[in-house]
Design a protein around this ligand. Structure first.
Ligand code: T4K
Length: 407
């Protein structure tokens, strides 16, 4: 890639694209391919492809061990995992969640007739603001779902205390936080249950997949039944249920990925440090820090763009990167409360989600993971630096144009 020397060198203004092939935020990590295919072949030979097969059981055992919890119940995805967790815990009425999350957190509730009540995040951790929860509790409130956003853990102690005091269930949506710790303890054992996602875009993936982890024996037993249509043995349906089972091919992928877990984390960590280093002198672009004293998976590199300083807006920077074939993402613009059906059903009073409203205008996630090279990162950082150094001009030129991004 030739460096950008003038504005006309930017692809958005007709210059050559920086990357011939698109660079994604969520490009999957793939472990040892030969090992994966070996496992898949063995499953085919066994003629056991799903329904609590040997790979699923092994995967559950490994996840539970890694998190130091008694139970792991693997599922077809994290959305179903959230849904059955909520149902198995008999959560009803209203549940307090952050709006600053992937839409699945809200949908898992609304889907079963439970009202998500959106709470602001605090300005430091960007996770549920424990000091704002109490004012949202009503007689209908039955639970809190905290989200370990981008792998940075919630204020678990404060949230757990509050839940206990108000007699509420507490679940953590840990979709981003597999492999992370809080106060030296692995995420997975907190609250009534925690939910992981092993979707293709997660640093450990099982194509599609999720899991509920818990230390509650009774809950785990209920979840196992619920993910399998309510069956507690042949011909014996004991509760309402759904089909939330993980397949053997998914578990084979998960198990193979687990064997490369340390490598995935090392690569993510290296990428994060490189971005931090190379963007450190770009005014107005702040890289969200991870606490190195904890275990982290570093799977998201999150930039906060302050357009008072950069002059070019976050969206202009994103459009400009997309034109260069860098698919930077605005996770989770515009906030669940501004998406449907929530915007119509539960319009939010002005100021209630002040930090969220600001944050969704600033976040920009850039590609990382095993498919992104050190050279790619340098190129992306150079484009950002160049764009910010010409921010005012870019703003003027791009304000006259229609955005190119898809989201
Ligand atoms: N709770 C939270 C807090 C979550 O973030 C999520 C999911 C959930 C719950 C629910 O988990 P699951 O039910 O999905 O297990 C993606 C993922 O689909 C979603 O799993 C994830 N969070 C969310 C943060 O990211 P999108 O709508 O951005 O997906 P998409 O198709 O745009 O893919 C993201 C990027 O990855 C794109 O740039 C393309 C690239 N990609 C994607 C796939 C699937 C690839 O390069 N290869 C691939 O195979 O939601």
């Amino acid at each position: 890639m030739s460096d950008k020397q003038t504005l006309n060198d930017l692809a958005v203004f007709g210059g050559p694209v920086a990357f011939e092939e698109v660079r994604h935020v969520g490009a999957p990590n793939v472990g040892d391919r030969a090992r994966l295919l070996e496992r898949i072949n063995a499953a085919l030979d066994r003629r056991w492809l799903t329904n609590d097969g040997p790979y699923v059981q092994e995967f559950e055992k490994r996840i539970a061990e890694l998190c130091g919890v008694r139970h792991c119940v693997a599922t077809s995805n994290a959305t179903i995992a959230l849904e059955i967790t909520v149902r198995a815990l008999d959560i009803q009425g209203e549940v307090i969640i952050p709006s600053m999350t992937f839409i699945a957190t809200a949908h898992a509730l609304q889907w079963q007739g439970i009202t998500p009540v959106f709470c602001d995040v605090d300005a430091e951790s960007f996770t549920l603001d424990a000091d704002r929860i109490e004012e949202l509790v009503t007689p209908r409130t039955s639970a809190i779902i905290g989200v370990h956003l981008w792998g940075r853990s919630c204020r678990i102690d404060k949230l757990t205390d509050l839940a206990q005091r108000r007699n509420l269930k507490i679940v953590f949506d840990a979709a981003h936080a597999f492999g992370c710790s809080w106060n030296g303890e692995m995420i997975g054992g907190f609250g009534d249950a925690e939910v992981f996602s092993f979707h293709a875009t997660k640093f450990l993936n099982s194509f599609e997949g999720g899991a509920v982890v818990t230390n509650n024996d009774e809950l785990a037993a209920k979840l196992r039944v619920m993910r399998n249509f309510g069956f507690a043995g042949y011909d014996n349906v004991v509760s309402v249920g759904t089909n939330g089972k993980m397949s053997e091919v998914s578990a084979a992928m998960g198990l193979t990925g687990l064997e490369s877990l340390d490598e995935f984390i090392a690569v993510n960590s290296r990428n994060y440090r490189q971005y931090r280093e190379e963007l450190s002198d770009v005014d107005g672009v702040t890289l969200l820090e991870y606490d190195d004293a904890e275990k982290q998976n570093y799977q998201y590199v999150v930039l906060l763009v302050d357009d008072q300083i950069t002059r070019a807006t976050r969206d202009q920077l994103m459009d400009l990167l997309w034109a260069e074939n860098v698919r930077a993402r605005r996770y989770f613009y515009p906030g669940c409360h501004r998406m449907q059906p929530y915007d119509s059903l539960y319009p939010q009073p002005a100021g209630r989600l002040r930090v969220t409203e600001r944050l969704v205008q600033q976040v920009l996630l850039v590609p990382t993971g095993t498919t992104i090279s050190s050279q790619d990162i340098s190129t992306i950082c150079r484009i950002i630096r160049f764009a910010v150094s010409h921010g005012a001009e870019i703003n003027r030129l791009m304000s006259a144009e229609v955005g190119t991004h898809a989201g």
